[in-house]
Write a protein that binds this ligand. Sequence first.
Ligand SMILES: C[S@@+](CC[C@H](N)C(=O)[O-])C[C@H]1O[C@@H](n2cnc3c(N)ncnc32)[C@H](O)[C@@H]1O
Length: 883
Amino acid sequence: MSNKEIKVRAANAFRAMKAIGISEDKVKPVLKNLVKLYDKNWALIEEENYRALADAIFEREEAEAQQRPKKDVNTEAAERPKKIVNGEKEDYLEEEAQATEEPERPLKRLRLRYRDGQSSSVSMPESSVHRTPLVRPKEEPNELPETCPLKLNASQGRAGTPQPSAENRKVNSQAASCPLPGKSTGKQPISSKSLVATDGCEPCWPSSIDLNHQDTQLITETRAPQPIGLRDRGKGSDYPQIPSGEERSVRESSRHAVCLKEPKVEPGIILSPKEKSSGCHALIKPKDEPVTDVFLPLEVPLAVIHPDSSDDGDSSSRNATIREHDSLEPSVLQLMNEKETADSTATPNGLRNNRELAIFSGQHSSDLEIASSPSGEVKISLSCRLALERPEFNMPSLETVLKSVEEKYLRSSKTFDPSFSVINLMKEICQCFRKLGSDSNSESPATISVTSATGVLNESSARDAIAARGLCFSSLNGSVDSQSDAEGTLPKPPAFPSSCNDVDDGSHPEKTDGIDVHGEDIDNRKMCAEEWGDLSLEVIQQPQVTPAMIRSLHDVFDIANGQEKVVIALVNEVNNECPPSFHYIPQNVVFQNAYVNFSLDRIGDKNCCSSCSVDCLALSTSCACAHATGGEFAYTIDGVIKEELLKECISMNHDPMKHCQFFCNKCPLESSKGEDMVEPCKGHLVRKFIKECWWKCGCNKQCGNRVVQRGITRSLQVFMTHEGKGWGLRTLEDLPKGAFVCEYVGEVLTSGELFDRVIRSSKGEKNSFPVLLDADWGAERVLKDEETLCLDATYYGNVARFINHRCYDSNLVEIPVEVETPHHHYYHLAFFTTRKVKAMEELTWDYGIEFDDYDHPLKAFHCQCGSKFCRNIKRSRSRAARR
Ligand SMILES: C[S@@+](CC[C@H](N)C(=O)[O-])C[C@H]1O[C@@H](n2cnc3c(N)ncnc32)[C@H](O)[C@@H]1O
């Protein structure tokens, strides 16, 4: 070996040691000895990231340290009062020596434990476990979720809506003193036109993906048959995996039980094994408890503090279930905790000094354990290559990182964001970790990879498979436990959309059973990789499922989660797309500032029919509630909209210019955009309202003038469209013309809040189409911001959020409906059929998108409505003509 090469290798060794906080002067003599000892075989020294060198240094330090405390103790002992008897004195001396030694040897202890193959887990008394519920209270009402993904999409102004002629505008502006009217709109802005989604749907829980482009690694290891429900995988929506109320409540409670915080050990507290094993989750079952037939979708908390599995005497079985490296690895979390409590070198800002990096230095693939299931079958850990590669990187404490991420969520989420995903959260933890540990904006690649290393599936049952599905593991073994399935002993699996979960029929040739088999489905990996960028789930376990289970995994049984009178299934027979992430709500909810006053006191006599009884439609003369529709009730006794009214409402959409529009003097919608130059009002169509009887009326709930408030009664289904429109809504029964289908339900926001949301959202929300409740703005005085309302179903919504757009000849029309509030700045937006609709026909609505608005910063989607009146086709044609 040339001198130069020796120099380089020595320099590398110094650097590696420096990275773990060992100074050159400590390295030098040891390195020299090692070189000699290994007969200049540098490879041996360099192995495992200079492990031999580090060990030798530690050993040397240890030897030195052992002498030091003894000397101290001896000195002290010499000064001790003579009344202590000899034997006592000796014991005391030993204890003292140990006590003195303790804090000085954390790294060494770690190494020893590592060598012994003991559990890395740490467990804490329950009281010391910080739990962070994922559902946050509304703590800071003025903040919007930073993560909320919403993008302006379509242009404001009704698509295809003819521009108001100059004359027309003038008339309207005169009426409403609008100085510079812009484009006219039919339906309104946001709704009408504005917000889109430009991005892909919420990422599905990745099945098995392997993307390495970040520095931090998250590793999960699994072996237990503990399923995770969709929601917990960050999918947001409450897909009812179990219909019974009881089971649902389990899911609910478990949702709140997800913890993300590492426990804290008070300095000086030594946990007894008993304490260790008790510090767990209410939902956690003892490891050896037989699995029951009851499927608990959220039994596995995603991040809880687990007991030290070495304590339960089950380390052998544990070791058998995990990959080799696992059995060798120490619990970095534990180490870090110990370090934190014992080592005064931790910096006040929570950064860890380089010495602590020793914890990480031994290997690349193990590392900071974030959490695990109670018995250690499932673990999530994080490894950070930066620790090795960048000496200036100061390892932040996990606690600091989690706190920082939690604070962000607390700050930004008044309500828990339904687009939340655990994987994204973990990604964020990794990013935060990197940020906190880094002085500079490092461009170093950060890797998050989620690895499932599970061997214990020898005993795997179909339930295991479901559990695995819950974690979205990809490849599955073909062997089938048909008996259990046939007998229906299995609980309903969590509902997943088709192959996002990558369930196949087990015939995949590359999928083999057993431990340590990487059986990922390549296509699915790719698909999920695309969606997840840099996340990876590497699947090692091969659980068994039945074809019947596979099929059922593709369906979501009721997206309404039992909250509607009807069950609304979600099916995907087209592609791998996962169910969208949102909270199903059957009725509007006020987000924050919107002024929606349901006070009975505000409903005067002319706004209700207190003298009516039973069914108003049976009256010979219409009651007060029919005033809004010209003295005639909107509905026939068959419960459909009367022909005339329907025609008028359809016509408003088809040709808004023929109908009355209101142009604001100072448009609240434009003002809410917060721009210096407030754009002129684009116009608001003055719409026909239906007024339904309500609580203050004398009639009963069966009154024919109460249709919308009774909710969805038709058989509907959410399905994946073939035309590339994403999910859509279809009817499973024939519908008559004028039939009520559903209401557009969402969060009630002020237009200011909506724009705030849109502006602050970092990511486009493809499937968002907020609607502005401006149907009666012209009738009101100048509206305050809290009265300019809109509905956003991005995070909270009902089936209407799945209704796709169709230009012009859509089979649904939206009609404003007054129920609880006589003033029309808040109302319900209800969808009625414009014609007879056949079972299995897709239900569509004309969003009023402006496909021609090239200047609008937010582009509408490429319309696939297939209508011969498609405005998008026209646009393409005119574009081609211009060329
Ligand atoms: C309110 S969502 C409708 C449900 C949506 N398809 C989904 O998968 O959740 C509106 C989004 O659906 C898609 N979409 C709706 N109508 C469409 C059409 N005619 N052509 C193409 N995409 C459409 C667009 O991405 C739009 O932003």
